[in-house]
Design a protein around this ligand. Structure first.
Ligand SMILES: NC(=O)c1ccc[n+]([C@@H]2O[C@H](COP(=O)([O-])OP(=O)(O)OC[C@H]3O[C@@H](n4cnc5c(N)ncnc54)[C@H](O)[C@@H]3O)[C@@H](O)[C@H]2O)c1
Length: 461
């Protein structure tokens, strides 16, 4: 198919964890749409065009290989992409502000605004602009204000289409989503734009899974979905502390509670705390929104979820410290897993960053192992004394006083722990921050085993 025979030109601005995979899935299902993904980062685009993609996601590489150069293109020519596009997805990053008013809570919208201004300048015909980035409620209004000052008479229609995929299962989530949400203005033009986006999803998503709402409901739903997920993790984590004090077992409690169909069993796994680029930032954004509207009590409720998450990470560090005779000075700790969750190399806001920094403050020596996140881990712990990195878990554990498992990668279940135990300093400790391993077997081998929300298995206790 040459350029002129494609049914539509779709542009995606932002070639990150969302832009790359979502457009790859769309390109696989819509061979008659020409899809271009652009970014200001030349390095990212170079890697999207290589065999060494900038992100790791199961199932991604095969799908990129199938369509790249046919109807999926990666480019740094943003202006040309805008000029040629019928529809533009915006998937730029929307981090928490690190300066000025709202610092540490409000969303930093500078990348959104830069993108809107660029679209306004270079769009050559009527264009549908789709917010896929997670943004505060009523951000579409700001976009509209910027775009409507376009001097060329080009009309823009704004849609909200938040992305619900989770890293690690992104492709699976997009291929078979629980739901797709599209928010639009309730005007003939808004509804026509919505139908154009529906035509894309209809290629592979069942109609009953597609929800259409007004713009503000769509924007808010994304924040609320992430806040609820994070709050659920925090809820079970609070109970893990109660379990450790009382002798109850958090896995058994979660099972008993989660079998109530009104509650459900998912997201009830206790651990070292939630991480990732979205949960904290989206809750903070909700907190800021509530404060803006004078809803101090509601803001306080959601803010406390974050405080409890911080507490859970700190609790884990203290558990390590107290179990190991209240000093970690010069003790070697092998860190198993650094990514914020398995099956991704992403370490943004990973609990491992906080935990490793705290262990280093206690003057432990760390050897970090992770199957896909070592490149990012090196960046996250750059310049910190005592931080080392090792691709081989056996070497990472050699001579260590303890192992701290922080990400539940499958590969950690398959290791020969007897061999590992023999290579370690004694007494050998294992702190399972994700309740991922066979604790009885490890204890029987000689490890002192500590996990989240379960009784200690310590040979000296
Ligand atoms: N990562 C997730 O799991 C996830 C899930 C759902 C929603 N989201 C939301 O999607 C958005 C993107 O997240 P992400 O994880 O893909 O971020 P990311 O940082 O991986 O990617 C964003 C990309 O946008 C590019 N960019 C920034 N400004 C630009 C500009 N002016 N022009 C062109 N490119 C520009 C950056 O260089 C970067 O490559 C965020 O709002 C996030 O909250 C993320």
């Amino acid at each position: 198919m040459n350029d002129s025979t494609f049914k539509k030109n779709i542009l995606c601005i932002g070639a990150g964890y969302v832009g790359g995979p979502t457009m790859t899935v769309i390109a696989n299902h819509c061979p008659d749409y020409r899809i271009t993904v652009v970014d200001i980062s030349e390095e990212k685009i170079r890697r999207w065009n290589s065999d060494h993609l900038p992100i790791f996601e199961p199932g991604l590489k095969e799908r990129v290989d199938r369509v790249r150069g046919k109807n999926l293109f990666f480019s740094t020519d943003i202006d040309r992409g805008i000029a040629e596009a019928d529809m533009i997805f915006v998937t730029v990053n929307t981090p928490t502000k690190t300066f000025g008013e709202g610092m540490g809570r409000a969303v930093d919208l500078q990348f959104m605004e830069q993108t809107a201004r660029r679209i306004r300048e270079h769009a050559s015909s009527d264009t549908i602009v789709i917010e896929k980035s997670t943004i505060p409620v009523r951000a579409a209004e700001t976009l509209e204000k910027i775009l409507s000052t376009n001097p060329n008479g080009v009309r823009f229609e704004i849609l909200s289409n938040p992305e619900f995929m989770a890293e690690g299962t992104a492709i699976q989530d997009m291929e078979n989503p629980d739901r797709v949400l599209i928010g639009s203005m309730d005007t003939p033009e808004g509804l026509r734009a919505r139908d154009e986006l529906l035509a894309i999803y209809n290629r592979w998503v069942a109609p009953e899974k597609i929800i259409t709402t007004n713009l503000w409901s769509s924007e808010l739903s994304k924040l609320v979905a992430n806040a609820f997920l994070a709050q659920r993790i925090t809820s079970i984590n609070t109970i893990s502390a109660v379990c450790e004090s009382t002798g109850a077992d958090v896995t058994q409690v979660a099972d008993a509670v989660g079998r109530d169909s009104r509650i459900g069993s998912k997201f009830l796994r206790a651990g070292v705390g939630f991480g990732g680029s979205c949960f904290r930032k989206d809750i903070l954004s909700l907190v800021y929104l509530c404060e803006h509207y004078g809803l101090a009590e509601i803001a306080g409720f959601w803010n406390y979820v974050i405080q409890l998450n911080d507490y859970q990470m700190e609790r884990f560090v203290r558990r390590i410290l107290h179990a190991m005779f209240d000093t970690l000075v010069d003790k070697k700790i092998a860190v198993f897993g650094f990514a914020f969750k398995p099956n991704t190399g992403d370490t943004r806001d990973a609990p491992s960053i906080y935990i490793c920094k705290r262990l280093l403050e206690e003057k432990a020596r760390l050897t970090v192992n992770d199957p896909h996140a070592l490149e990012n881990a090196r960046e996250d712990l750059k310049g910190l004394d005592g931080a080392g990195f090792e691709q081989d878990p056996y070497k990472a554990a050699e001579g260590a006083h303890a192992i701290a498992l922080l990400t539940e990668w499958d590969c950690y279940r398959d290791l020969d722990y007897r061999r590992i135990f023999e290579s370690m300093e004694k007494p050998a400790y294992l702190f399972d921050g994700r309740n991922h391993l066979d604790h009885d077997a490890l204890y029987a081998m000689g490890f002192n085993v500590y996990c989240v929300g379960k009784p200690d298995r310590d040979h000296f206790a």
